[in-house]
Write a protein that binds this ligand. Structure first.
Ligand SMILES: NC(=O)c1ccc[n+]([C@@H]2O[C@H](COP(=O)([O-])OP(=O)(O)OC[C@H]3O[C@@H](n4cnc5c(N)ncnc54)[C@H](O)[C@@H]3O)[C@@H](O)[C@H]2O)c1
Length: 342
């Protein structure tokens, strides 16, 4: 990874919820809706479940790990919550889980596919099975759930589907195969399926988004919280506690296997530096999900959004202007005089 390839925004990015994304502005805005959050036992997914609960949605927590902490946190917002233990790549199990959720909580209005993993291995040091597992956790899990919930949303002409992509899906990422390509697939599939919804006149009512959650210090990001740090919504505006400080966080290169670090020591150094850039509050992505689920971001449907960019500023450009310029979507550029001809 070459950190030099990343630009620096001239407009400061948000790193915690702001304006329309503040919890008090979203409280109750998804009242009575039913949401599934896949990968909600910890990290960003846990905060997404809580943000949806704060917005009044009943939440199904799907994870391989125990989601009971998330369930308790959701219930504190006086909504229903239920946990489902499930490997999100297991198509049959996922179908059963969706059926159970619909029986217990009702038809699904909001799907957030958040579960994800990274291996941090180059292809020459990986197996196909290891690589493919990563691709499936990140991408198959998106599509199996879309196939399970979209028909119902189409019948009811209503729904929001949010899939966690990553900035890694927008550029080439050596040492992250399985991650970078699955995230690209998510961005492309989101836009393509939204296009199909538009063809059926359902674009205004069913909206899909792919998101970059910012650089969030989580287990996946190879960061550990020092547990003395409080991390509740009333605190969000104090994140990070002192801008630029390391307080509250420990960085480690757990996501970078020792044998890979030995073969590519420069890459490990870069990764360590990269980890110190991870300073986005998971609540920012969480509140963005709650906001999008209300339908307030429908101008941006089908697009890839970096949640750190001000959603009002982006939407103010207007849907057709964004589309005409090919912004917030994947594209390939060519030298002058060549076009992407049919
Ligand atoms: N942390 C970041 O900076 C960052 C940046 C870009 C994108 N993302 C994306 O955000 C999402 C959440 O990441 P996070 O940082 O909170 O990671 P995390 O590792 O803290 O959480 C991931 C969750 O997914 C669950 N999960 C993983 N595999 C699963 C499976 N097969 N079945 C069911 N559940 C499974 C885990 O148990 C965990 O609860 C991921 O899709 C990740 O790629 C994160």
């Amino acid at each position: 990874m070459d950190l030099g390839q990343f630009g620096i925004s001239a407009v400061p990015l948000h790193n915690s919820p702001y304006g329309p994304l503040l919890p008090e502005h979203l409280a109750g805005s998804n009242k009575g809706k039913v949401a599934i959050v896949k990968g909600a036992a910890q990290g960003i997914g846990k905060k997404i479940a809580e943000a949806l609960a704060n917005s009044g949605a009943n939440v199904a927590i799907v994870d391989l790990k125990d989601g009971s902490e998330t369930k308790t946190a959701c219930e504190s917002f006086n909504v229903k919550a239920a946990c489902y233990s499930c490997d999100v790549t297991d198509v049959e199990r996922m179908r059963t889980v969706v059926e159970d959720i619909e029986k217990v909580l009702g038809p699904i209005d909001i799907l957030v596919k958040n579960a994800g993993m990274n291996r941090g291995r180059p292809i020459c040091m990986d197996t196909f099975e290891g690589y493919w597992r990563c691709f499936e956790v990140n991408y198959k899990s998106v599509m199996n759930c879309i196939f399970a919930v979209l028909p119902g949303m189409r019948e009811r002409k209503s729904g929001t589907i949010i899939s966690m992509a990553s900035r890694a899906g927008t550029h080439d990422c050596p040492l992250a195969l399985g991650y970078t390509d699955s995230k690209t697939a998510i961005i492309r599939a989101t836009a393509s399926i939204q296009g199909e919804l538009e063809m059926d006149g359902l674009g205004e009512t069913i909206q899909m988004f792919s998101l970059h959650p910012g650089g969030v210090p989580t287990a996946l990001g190879s960061c550990k919280y020092i547990l003395t740090r409080s991390y509740n919504y009333p605190m969000v505006n104090q994140w990070p506690p002192v801008p630029g400080s390391e307080e509250g966080l420990q960085y480690q290169s757990a996501g970078f296997p020792a044998d890979v670090a030995q073969r590519y020591p420069e890459a490990e150094k870069t990764m360590k530096q990269f980890l110190t850039y991870l300073r986005t509050d998971p609540g920012l992505c969480a509140m963005t999900c709650a906001y999008l689920a209300t339908g307030r971001g429908k101008q941006l449907r089908g697009m890839y959004l970096d949640v750190r960019q001000d959603i009002g500023r982006v939407a103010a450009r207007g849907r057709s202007a964004l589309q005409k310029a090919g912004l917030y979507s994947l594209k390939m550029d060519f030298i002058e005089d060549y076009a992407n001809e049919v």
